[in-house]
Design a protein around this ligand. Structure first.
Ligand SMILES: [Zn+2]
Length: 892
């Protein structure tokens, strides 16, 4: 699954949640009739729900005789259950439910003998609106009429909401699916439709090809009015992009990515796609995550699949490309070879994360996506710097807990650890190991240890002796990451290196990581690179017999550790930072330094020292490096007030404006996507917190131009225009943005405007924006993230927080379960001691479903933020006073 971009709580292994192992499913024959409207009248009010009915035959292998069969079922009414033995004897079953464990326990009126047999059941379920199970999604036509879609999201444990099943990843089976639907509707499932028969009552029954053997969470059904692109054939697979009608012009880019991905992965794994000869990818108007890799029927939220190639920003295109390549990677990593259990979720998600980058780097070499991966990795570093983080390998427990682990650690930290290995061992060596892994575990399940073994063998095949299991296991199973301190050694040409766990609030942990160090240094004018595996807590390394001109630890930037240089070594790097360090190394330097500010330990950098460091980046032109600097500047801005804030605004303009002036408003021929992006970023920074009058004025001019002709302004600048104009906008601008959202030609554009409504500074306007997140005007898949954005803002955060508390019950009932914890995460921005007390009190009294880990992390982050404000504000104040004086005297 692709999560949306945004515990160390010990979860004990609770065996009672596991199914007994003596009944194994082989094949499911499932027939479902979705979309049955049921109206209940109470007095004058009418309540409408949509239901589905189903029957299924599950061929099972019973390992020893028993009088009962236990399988998963949730929110289903099971009408009948019987068992037909191999000899044709039918046993009638009585169903009792265990709602806590989501079990249906079927007790038979006789003994089920060992051997094969058939479990038959009929049942009814509800199409819920919480975006999981077999759920209801709706869209409005031009005349305002409502159209229904019945669609599924089963990962992790919601297949059981659509049909009773053995809902664990290792309980693999094949599926023969039939759907009975209205004749005018399109019905899709994992396999190709092989037969359609009219039933004469306005309905048709569609039969699909048998699926390969796979886990329940990968089964999918989509029923509605859908329109598909023309197909593209790649290596004998038919790829189509589906959506609600009228969006075929937004599918070209997704088709290109899909075709590229299928070819790339078949080549990488050296084996064909296992799921058959078609891959449908469909945009669903209401979707809880980014996308879901159901075999042969991949479902997406609209913005992760449909995009206008000409008017989209680079970020929007990159997002679509990444998500598609992520889901396609899963067809191998996850669908064909599946984690043994949910504790191996990283096997699925860390892999899909890094595989998407590896393939995207080949599809668009000019994008230099590994630099961009630095941003993802920075998110993982930040979360992993909390005591409440978790290891990539996770303990399995109740279904509610599994959902929590679809987070930055499982995706981006795990992906970063693999990237660290790939960079250390080499891409080809990694690929050799992956091919061994796939040959060995095809169509089955595997544990992470089995993967390390295969990678280690792959390294041997390539003549390399790398202790992969030792190296990877420790990183995979240990929460947190090290900071490596480096200083000059006693003799010339040597350095002292020591590691300790990096935490914003140190807990005194004493882990020592096996460190794959990648070092680049210059000695006597000669540049040398070295890869060294260090297993000690501290050591001295001899790099050269000559004195060092400079030394870069984490050269190439792929190591999942932070570096803390001594002042002397840092100054050597900063002396000519643009030429000494690669982009990703500069990124890591500013990112590690900012983390050091936030940690506020004895040797930490202060915020004012950071501002001095930023001055060495006055000629920086990389968008990713600037993303870190901008983020830090905005945080520092939030620590200032009054005259000091005015002084800081001036300082921002002084730093940023020269960089922007070199770029100018108009892109030059042949500019890289990163320069295009940088322009947008700098306009956004100057136009908002920088209060740059020229930029604000020109933003309005450019925006008018864009309204007249969408192609007249670079798409990467448009979000900054919207950000700036909402920041300074009045009621008229607010109304204009609302209208533009209403008639936006793409969902990306619609969300840009909706997302900007909370930026307006007038109280009446941002209050209206806050209310809209719960008024039904914004889809529940988007509303929690828009509200989170406002909670995280300085001007409206407290109002949004009050709104969230006042409407908590309705919020929990309305928003998708997996979105509530992500929204709650934004409360870490409420960084005054008074608000902190309110936040802690509220979440002590109100538990968040699937969210205890997110809440613990938010509260810890909040305490880091409050601490930062308290310790850094006074230092900043005197710093700004003295720099304002210096500025005044310079002007005088
Ligand atoms: Zn995924």
């Amino acid at each position: 699954m692709c999560m949306l971009h945004s515990k160390g709580l010990s979860v004990s292994k609770q065996k009672e949640f596991r199914l007994p192992k003596h009944v194994k499913p082989i094949n499911y024959k499932i027939t479902l009739t979705p979309g049955i409207k049921v109206t209940t009248k109470t007095g004058d009010s009418e309540d409408v729900v949509y239901k589905f009915t189903g029957r299924e035959e599950v061929k099972v292998n019973v390992l020893h005789s028993t009088d009962r069969i236990v399988l998963h079922s949730a929110n289903l009414e099971i009408h009948s259950a019987s068992f037909v033995t191999k000899k044709g004897k039918r046993l009638e079953g009585t169903v009792t439910l265990d709602p806590k464990n989501e079990f249906a326990i079927i007790t038979f009126n006789g003994i089920v003998p060992a051997g094969k047999g058939k479990l038959e059941m009929s049942f009814t379920g509800i199409h819920n609106t919480k975006l999981k199970g077999f759920y209801l999604s709706q869209w409005k036509g031009e005349a305002g009429e409502t159209h229904n879609i019945y669609t599924t999201q089963f990962e992790s444990t919601d297949a059981r909401q659509a049909f009773p099943c053995f809902d664990e990843p290792a309980m693999k089976a094949t599926y023969d699916v039939q759907l009975i639907v209205d004749e005018n509707l399109t019905a899709l499932s994992n396999g190709r439709d092989i037969k359609t028969e009219k039933l004469g009552n306005g309905k048709k029954i569609v039969t699909y090809a048998r699926t390969p053997i796979m886990s329940t969470y990968l089964v999918a059904f989509c029923v509605g009015e859908f329109e598909s692109s023309e197909p593209v054939w790649q290596n004998g697979k038919e790829i189509r992009i589906w959506s609600i009608p009228g969006k075929n012009h937004l599918k070209e880019f997704a088709l290109e990515c899909g075709a590229f991905g299928v070819k790339w992965y078949e080549d990488f794994f050296n084996r064909p796609y296992f799921g058959g000869d078609k891959i449908d990818m469909i945009a669903i108007p209401d979707f809880a995550s980014g996308a879901m890799e159901n075999t042969g029927l991949i479902t997406y939220r609209d913005t992760a699949l449909l995009v206008n190639k000409k008017t989209a920003s680079y970020a929007e295109l990159a997002r679509v490309c990444e998500v598609i390549l992520h889901e396609l990677a899963h067809q191998w990593n996850g669908n064909e070879v599946t984690m043994d259990d949910w504790d191996g979720l990283g096997l699925n998600e860390s892999f899909a994360t890094i595989m998407a980058y590896l393939s995207m780097n080949d599809m668009f070499p000019e994008w230099h996506v590994y630099n961009e991966f630095g941003i993802d990795r920075a998110g993982a570093f930040a979360l992993d710097s909390l005591k409440s983080t978790h290891a990539v390998e996770i303990p399995v427990s109740h279904p509610d807990d599994i959902q929590q682990f679809f987070d930055t650690i499982t995706y981006e930290k795990g992906g970063s650890l693999l990237f660290q290995y790939i960079q250390f061992a080499g891409f080809n060596t990694f690929r050799t190991g992956m091919r061994i892994y796939f040959q060995r575990h095809a169509l089955g399940n595997a544990t992470v240890s089995q993967l390390w073994d295969a990678l280690e063998e792959g390294a041997k095949v390539d003549g390399k002796d790398i202790p992969v299991r030792m190296l990877m296991d420790f990183w995979w199973k240990t929460a947190g990451h090290p900071v490596v301190s480096v200083s000059e050694g006693d003799k010339p040409g040597t350095i002292k290196v020591s590691q300790s766990k990096f935490q914003f609030l140190p807990a005194g942990d004493k882990d020592v990581w096996p460190l794959p160090l990648h070092i680049r240094f210059s000695a006597g004018g000669e540049v040398v690179e070295k890869k060294i595996l260090v297993n000690e807590g501290s050591t001295t390394l001899t790099l050269s017999d000559k004195p060092l001109d400079y030394v870069v630890l984490n050269a190439g930037g792929s190591g999942f550790y932070r570096v803390d240089y001594s002042d002397g070594l840092r100054n050597k790097l900063l002396a000519d930072v643009q030429n000494t360090l690669q982009i990703i190394e500069r990124f890591n330097l500013v990112n590690d330094s900012w983390a050091s500010v936030r940690a506020r330990s004895e040797n930490s950098m202060t915020a004012t020292e950071y501002l001095e460091l930023v001055k060495s980046f006055s000629t920086e032109t990389d968008a990713n490096v600037w993303a870190v600097i901008s983020g830090a500047l905005k945080t520092v801005y939030g620590l200032t007030s009054g005259d000091h804030r005015q002084a800081f605004k001036a300082a921002i303009r002084e730093t940023v404006r020269p960089v922007f002036d070199k770029l100018g408003w108009t892109p030059k021929e042949g500019e890289s996507v990163h320069t295009l992006q940088l322009r947008g970023q700098l306009i956004g920074l100057l136009g908002t917190v920088g209060s740059d009058k020229d930029i604000r004025k020109e933003a309005a001019v450019q925006f008018d131009k864009w309204k007249a002709d969408r192609n007249s302004v670079d798409p990467n600048v448009v979000p900054a225009l919207i950000g700036t104009l909402s920041y300074i906008g009045d009621q008229a601008r607010f109304d204009e943005f609302l209208a533009l959202a209403e008639k936006a030609p793409t969902t990306q554009e619609k969300l840009r405007f909706l997302g900007a409504l909370g930026n307006f500074r007038e109280e009446g306007l941002y209050k209206k924006a806050i209310e809209m997140t719960l008024s039904g005007e914004i889809r529940t898949q988007d509303a929690p993230f828009i509200l989170a954005g406002i909670i995280g803002s300085e001007h409206a955060g407290e109002t949004a927080w009050d709104f969230m508390r006042d409407n908590w019950t309705k919020i929990v009932a309305t928003y998708p379960d997996n979105a509530v914890p992500r929204m709650v995460s934004a409360c870490s921005a409420l960084d005054t001691p008074e608000l902190q007390a309110e936040v802690v009190d509220f979440f002590t009294k109100n538990k968040v479903k699937e969210g205890d880990m997110a809440v613990a992390q938010m509260i810890e982050r909040l305490s880091v933020n409050v601490g930062l404000r308290e310790s850094e504000t006074p230092k900043l104040t005197s710093y700004l006073e003295s720099s304002a004086k210096a500025l005044a005297s310079a002007k005088a």
